[in-house]
Write a protein that binds this ligand. Sequence first.
Ligand code: ADP
Ligand code: 5GP
Length: 187
Amino acid sequence: MQGKLIIFSAPSGAGKTTIVHHLLNVFPALEFSVSACSRPMRKGETNGVDYYFISVEEFKQKISDEEFVEWEEVYKDNFYGTLKAEIERIWKKGHHIIFDMDVVGGLNLKKQFGEQALSIFVMPPSIKHLESRLQMRETETPESIARRIGKAEVELQTAKQFDTIILNDKLEKAFAEAEKVVREFIK
Ligand code: ADP
Ligand code: 5GP
């Protein structure tokens, strides 16, 4: 069976991972698409759960073997991509797939899958909020935060191209809104 695709995109720090985790707890029919990536593993992350962590060389090999449905070098030498095998794995189980990816990857997937996919943009209240959330998360160096914030302005301008925008100001409200749009889409 081919299930549906639910894509969450936003600038880094907007809260998409938080919202996606919440939805996974609420809807048993959803399964998270684990991306491959070539950045180092962060504290608290698990290989095969958060990402399939692979080297830059392995990533490039998979690109030339056409194993990705989409991939991107989101930051220098930090490659991220969705494996075709991951989509097949989840659909085989009869689940719908939920994705957490940057805006370019999100729009790319939506273009490929059309009506089968729902693309959702998570809007932060402001860029200042993004910065303070990334600082509070304590996973990034000051350089990495600056790099992420540096991309945010352009990323925010893509919001209108998504099917739905969810404002993540108060988290409880964002959770409720996300539940509503997902319930409607998979019913
Ligand atoms: P992303 O996956 O978009 O990079 P995260 O989900 O990791 O973002 O959220 C970034 C940080 O902001 C996390 O520490 C998270 O707990 C926090 N956060 C998420 N949503 C809110 C919110 N509405 N208000 C305050 N902090 C939030
Ligand atoms: P992080 O390093 O914070 O986990 O992720 C950096 C960025 O890469 C985030 O915007 C994240 O959503 C994005 N990302 C994660 N997986 C993928 C993927 O498979 N494809 C693309 N294009 N971006 C991804």
